[in-house]
Write a protein that binds this ligand. Structure first.
Ligand code: RP5
Length: 181
């Protein structure tokens, strides 16, 4: 289902505050993780397919109008010569989080360098290759600066992570003790 048009999809009755932008619909399997996280935190978002190379005017229009449409953060995922997050950042004052995507002959290194090596003046907050989950969490953290409810949810999320690690550690100790018997 590859085409290069902007397919803006709203995923809540509330106005979207996070814009998730994919360089191609082929990026969805990885970028879907952002959707899961934002749904878990109850953050309204929209998803679009835009390309810095194949639909440059639409990409620029999207970023130029993002703030007036109520968006507060943009997450942009792209692979290969991944100029999308940088182009969006060039056209808006909103924070842009870039997700370099694995694939192509260089397996994500090309996208990582393209996204992380922005010139001074136009930052893109770059996460790990395929780091869609962290991109969404960073977006939630940004939004939480003005939202006590989101801050509470983030604290609970961290507590759950710590509890999970404690469970894993206890289970490992148990296995090791069994081996000694
Ligand atoms: C990038 O090129 C996209 O973000 C995608 O990761 C990659 C390949 O795109 P398709 O040829 O699958 O549309 O612009």
């Amino acid at each position: 289902m590859s085409n290069n048009s902007s397919l803006i999809t709203h995923h809540s009755s509330l106005s979207p505050v996070v814009g998730i932008v994919l360089g191609s619909d082929s990026d969805l399997p990885v970028m879907e993780e952002t959707v899961k996280v934002l749904r878990d935190f109850g953050v309204p978002f929209e998803v679009s397919v835009l390309s810095a190379h194949r639909s440059p005017r639409r990409a620029a229009d999207y970023a130029t109008t993002a703030e007036e449409r109520g968006l507060q953060v943009i997450i942009a995922g792209a692979g290969m010569a991944a100029h999308l997050p940088g182009v969006l950042a060039a056209c808006t004052c909103l924070p842009v989080i870039g997700v370099p995507l694995q694939g192509g002959a260089l397996n994500g290194m090309d996208a990582l360098y393209a996204i992380v090596q922005m010139p001074p003046g136009v930052p893109v907050a770059t996460v790990a290759v395929n780091g869609a989950r962290n991109a969404a969490l960073l977006a939630v953290q940004m939004l939480s600066l003005g939202d006590a409810g989101l801050r509470r949810q983030l604290r609970a999320y961290k507590e759950r992570m710590a509890a999970d690690v404690a469970v894993k550690s206890a289970s490992l100790q148990e296995k090791l003790q069994q081996q000694q018997k």
